[in-house]
Ligand binder design. Structure first.
Ligand code: OGA
Ligand code: NI
Length: 338
């Protein structure tokens, strides 16, 4: 059996002029189907305006209608955004064995490098990407296990994740305003365990047959994604059609995750999305997942349920949610309802 360094798509894609059969999606999942009617667009929200009520309105509307939006004037510097994309591109360009070595410093496996999907299974349907993931909590815990290469990794990723935490809390506060929740509702345990997830999608000889990432909802409160300026790939399912999230230089893509869908009692939607591949350019995307501590209770906020609006979802700890989500996949969504 191949070792991880041999299995990484980035290790072998160059040697293939066709797509290996295990990467060929069944016809109904291939990218060409159900592309959105022109004009349907993921909303863009300016976070730098002076009218807070107006910003709240836009963030709330986008989260209710699409579960996705892009933010501009968000306060994170262009230099830092450039640095972070550069460092992750360099990471994925390192020799495969070095990448593996850099990712397995923690005997408990807090940092991981994997290919295709997190629960990679030999012989199963595969996805055209390699990914790196590790926790990045504000406490600095786990940093000692992060990669040390490329040079400056810990410093730059540390700086970036501190900035993203600020941005994440700012967006969550705007949503609290919109939902009429206490502005600090998410600032404790519910946002305590953020995680980085960095994807690398190498060029693919036939993008019409493959996917980089299967259709899914994120198991997060919100996700903040930085994508390559130049390369399309992310698509959102809206009313049965796939809408491309066009890259906007220096913007972040924000999406509502399943946890926030539950907490908002279904007012906000954790939209389904996927990533497609392309034949000419590698694509890198950097996701910052806002996760709760394992003990946190995930349930509709008390302030949003009453006699006429009963809770739509069961209450469970994040540990229970997480375990089920990873074992059962999207099938678990049906079990969330009360
Ligand atoms: C994810 C995700 C999109 C992308 O990591 O959950 O949806 O464009 N990523 O890589
Ligand atoms: Ni996602």
């Amino acid at each position: 059996m191949d070792t991880l360094d041999q299995k990484l798509v980035s290790s072998w894609f160059n040697a293939h002029s066709t797509v290996p059969s295990s990467y060929v999606q069944p016809p109904e999942c291939r990218p060409g189907k159900l592309i959105a009617t022109p004009g349907k667009k993921i909303p863009v929200v300016d976070l730098g305006g002076n009218d807070r009520a107006d910003t709240v309105k836009h963030v709330l509307k986008a989260s209710e209608e699409y579960g996705f939006f892009q933010v501009i004037n968000h306060g994170v510097s262009k230099d830092l955004m450039d640095d972070i994309l550069k460092i992750f591109k360099e990471f994925h360009a390192m020799p495969a064995k070095e990448k593996v070595n850099e990712c397995y410093k923690d005997p408990n496996g807090s940092c991981k490098l994997y290919t295709s999907s997190e629960n990679y299974t030999e012989g199963a349907l595969q996805y055209w990407k390699d990914s790196l993931t590790h926790p990045c909590p504000p406490s600095g815990e786990y940093m000692e296990y992060w990669p040390q290469k490329p040079t400056g990794y810990r410093e730059i990723v540390g700086k970036y994740t501190r900035e993203l935490r600020k941005l994440g809390l700012k967006i969550l506060e705007l949503l609290c305003d919109g939902l009429e929740l206490n502005p600090r509702y998410f600032s404790g345990g519910l946002s305590e365990k953020p995680t980085m997830l960095v994807h690398h999608y190498p060029p693919c000889p036939d993008p019409s047959l493959t996917l980089g990432l299967a259709k899914h909802r994120d198991p997060t409160l919100i996700t903040i994604l930085l994508q390559d300026d130049q390369v399309n790939g992310l698509q959102v399912l809206k009313d049965g059609e796939w809408v491309a999230v066009e890259p906007i230089p220096n913007a972040f893509v924000v999406n509502v995750g399943l946890l926030l869908q539950i907490i908002s009692n279904g007012r906000l939607v954790g939209a389904e999305h996927r990533a497609v591949t392309n034949s000419s350019m590698a694509r890198t995307s950097v996701a910052y997942f806002i996760y709760p501590s394992y003990e946190s209770l995930i349930e509709p906020a008390q302030a949003l349920v009453n006699g006429s609006t009963p809770p739509l979802y069961k209450s469970m700890t994040f540990a229970e949610f997480h375990k089920n989500f990873f074992h059962k996949g999207p099938k678990f969504e049906a079990e969330l309802h009360s």
